[in-house]
Design a protein around this ligand. Structure first.
Ligand SMILES: CC(C)(COP(=O)(O)OP(=O)(O)OC[C@H]1O[C@@H](n2cnc3c(N)ncnc32)[C@H](O)[C@@H]1OP(=O)(O)O)[C@@H](O)C(=O)NCCC(=O)NCCS
Length: 159
């Protein structure tokens, strides 16, 4: 197995390629186009096996103390090989160095009964995210679950 590496770099074409390969999670054309556009402006992390890009993460910063995983996607053939975890770890290291205390993520909520998104939620919980609240109609036509994780303990944050 080639080494897994993570780089911070702009990669809109990689975002498009990976999202088009995940129709169970990203099936809405307009949403894909928005993520590709977002990839030209937001901080972007790319995971590579050798020279092959297998995963992407986009970050948004809301306040000095908090950030959000705007997009996280790993190509289907590379699931459960540590790619999503490596992308999160790289982003968290940079945010921690920048004094960010909380990392948030929005995903499809449990009341949607989506089996693929139930697995996504398992991943976030395994990575230390805690479910905070399920809200309806904030990102799409169905329920959104907001999860959060402490990345910098109280007292170590920048003021
Ligand atoms: C969710 C996703 C990013 C996870 O990335 P990944 O590289 O497959 O995850 P990792 O290999 O780093 O998994 C780390 C741990 O999370 C948990 N986990 C990951 N995928 C899981 C699954 N399908 N079911 C249950 N637990 C899971 C496990 O505890 C896993 O550790 P283990 O493999 O040693 O048991 C990836 O599956 C993906 O891109 N899914 C489709 C798109 C998506 O859901 N994006 C997020 C939208 S909000």
């Amino acid at each position: 197995v080639p080494d897994l590496r993570v780089h911070r770099r702009s990669a809109p074409q990689t975002v498009e390629h990976i999202l088009r390969g995940l129709p169970d999670w990203f099936g809405i054309e307009e949403a894909i186009r928005e993520y590709v556009a977002d990839a030209t402006t937001l901080p972007c992390y790319v995971a590579l096996f050798g020279d092959r890009a297998v995963g992407v993460l986009l970050l948004r910063r809301h306040f000095p103390q908090s950030a959000e995983v705007h997009l996280l996607a790993v190509e289907k053939d590379s699931h459960r090989r540590g790619v999503g975890s490596a992308l999160l770890a790289a982003a968290e290291a940079d945010l921690k160095a920048d004094g960010v205390q909380f990392l948030l993520v929005h995903t499809v909520g449990p009341s949607s009964d989506s089996e693929p998104y139930a697995r996504t939620c398992e991943f976030y919980r395994a990575r230390g995210f805690v479910p905070l609240q399920e809200l309806k109609l904030i990102d799409w036509d169905g329920p959104t679950l907001i999860l959060a994780k402490t990345i910098l303990p109280r007292g170590e944050e920048c003021t």
